[in-house]
Write a protein that binds this ligand. Structure first.
Ligand code: GLA
Length: 342
């Protein structure tokens, strides 16, 4: 018997690289997503058939991660076993409309969808937050990707078309109702995120250094002035400064969304991009150019979204102006492409 699981892709509207530094983030679930069918097995084997790969992967549930595309699936089934949801393996079939390597959380969606299917298979009582935490363990402990909790929470609890304002320390969240007048449009820059993992880890280690200096696990709770005036050397001081200022921008953006204040929301997005470029150093010149042109051509706000070093931008665009705006931006940036909107 097969059990189904689903998880959407996500785009982060604002709050970047602060989900492992104690901050607040604002990701939204997209209408593109990933479906899994899971049939439990008893022979200790995990098979994975995915519409994006010709081969069917066949792995032992006891395999370590080895860089193969099926690693997240194997890790998820191992986690499902640890939670008592499957005994000895699973046959998985995956259909996805989330482009990979774009920073839209295809891997978090895969792991969460498998865990949701396994929860049904094993009649588990775990809540979605517990599954999100388990999905992060797969990335952190099994795959060795030192990511935060944002992606897993977004794809486990947010309904497509809605955003969650997530406190990454307590995991409390509230649903944010997005503006009716505007769309958040996600464009792929055309720059793939080849080096993302190594540089992501480098940023994480830089933040760890800043945490040790200030004696806190939460860089976002520090006052930006205290960081700026501290004796912490560069680049650690700038990294910490991004965290503290980005957290405040998320709070400002959330208040602006509630008040229907597009100007303040757009300003927070623009400042977020500048901070990712200058203080956190995760942007690239072609992405800066795409963000700048997106704004010049009529977006109210635009910024790099996700881990950085490539991937997507998100632009806040008036619904009425959207089609003309999209045509102009894509004509000026032939490598860029439309991915989704919310
Ligand atoms: C990746 C990680 C997330 C988060 C973002 C940056 O998507 O998986 O945990 O850190 O980068 O905001």
């Amino acid at each position: 018997m097969a059990f189904a699981g689903y998880a959407p892709g996500r785009v982060n509207l604002i709050g970047e690289h602060i989900d492992y530094n104690g901050g607040m983030v604002l990701p939204a679930a997209l209408s593109i997503g990933l479906e899994v069918e899971l049939a439990p097995r008893t022979d200790g084997v995990v098979t994975v058939a995915a519409d994006s790969y010709d081969e069917v992967a066949r792995r032992s549930i006891d395999d370590g991660a080895n860089g193969h595309w099926s690693d997240p699936a194997v890790g998820a089934v191992r986690e499902a076993r640890a939670l008592g949801l499957v005994d000895g393996g699973a046959s998985l079939t995956i259909r996805s409309t989330i482009p990979q390597g774009s920073g839209l959380s295809s891997s978090a969606a895969l792991i969460v969808a498998i865990l949701k299917a396994a929860r049904d298979a094993g009649q588990g009582t775990q809540g979605d937050v517990e599954l999100a935490v388990a999905a992060r363990r797969v990335e952190n402990d099994y795959m060795g990707v030192p990511c935060g909790i944002m992606d897993q929470m977004a794809v486990a609890v947010a309904a497509p078309g809605t955003a969650i304002a997530l406190d990454t320390e307590s995991l409390d969240y509230e649903i944010a109702v997005l503006p009716q007048s505007h769309d958040f449009v996600v464009l792929h820059s055309g720059v793939t995120r080849k080096l993302a993992d190594g540089r992501y880890k480098e940023r994480k280690l830089e933040c760890d250094r800043a945490k040790a200096f200030f004696g806190t696990a939460n860089l976002c709770s520090l006052e930006p002035e205290d960081i700026a005036g501290s004796a912490l050397e560069e680049p650690y001081r700038s990294r910490a400064l991004h965290c503290a200022t980005e957290h405040r921008r998320v709070l400002a953006a959330l208040a602006a969304i509630k008040a229907g204040d597009i100007g303040t929301l757009a300003g927070a997005m623009a400042q977020s991009h500048a901070s990712m470029r200058d203080d956190f150093a995760v942007s690239l010149p072609p992405i800066d150019a795409l963000v700048a042109d997106a704004m010049t051509m009529g977006a109210d706000g635009a910024r790099l979204t996700g881990g950085g070093f490539g991937g997507c931008i998100v632009a806040l665009v008036d619904k009425g102006a959207r089609e003309d705006w999209l045509g102009s931006v894509l004509a000026a940036h032939p490598d860029a492409r439309f991915v989704a909107s919310v």
